[in-house]
Design a protein around this ligand. Sequence first.
Ligand code: MLT
Length: 203
Amino acid sequence: MMKHIFQKGSNLETPVLLLLHGTGGTETDLLGIAEMVSPESSVLSVRGNVLENGMPRFFRRLAEGVFDEEDLVFRTQELNEFLDQAAKEYEFDRNNIVALGYSNGANIAASLLLHYEGALKGAILHHPMVPRRGIDLPNNSGIPVFIAAGVNDPICPAKETEDLSQLLQSAGAKVEVKWENFGHQLTRSEVEEAGVWFQKHFG
Ligand code: MLT
């Protein structure tokens, strides 16, 4: 089980937004952003099950930017199974979920795409890194992915964004990257851009 909020939307055909917060966040952090990106969507917002000095995360890390691969694999499976359960409990289509994640939350969303075929219908990744390298990838054919990145992001160097974009494309995903002249922060303009992207693919 994962602590979460479910809010039923006004349009049940529109993809459910799966909200995944950054390190130290909670399941309420991204509710306002979901409202900006797709006001009609149902929202499933999850709290990470790992605590780092009291800060919720979606998987453990050994140091800043150095991930605990075993825990990442375990937590990715846990989240994927939680999505199966939540779809049953709240009676939405399991195949109609688009993730919206920031930082650590974007990393676990990317990890779902890198480990499970059909886990997500699409993904909005704000300031993600490459969660795992050197594995065989599932088929992500035609899955739209929006990545927002900052050219001066000290946590996520530009190369990480380029590598992730290439990795996802090599699995068949349709990746769009939005660069901004900022750092790791989530900006209003990238959220607006994510909204335009969402309408284009799912509106
Ligand atoms: C991570 O640990 O997932 C990344 O370093 C981003 C973050 O600080 O949450």
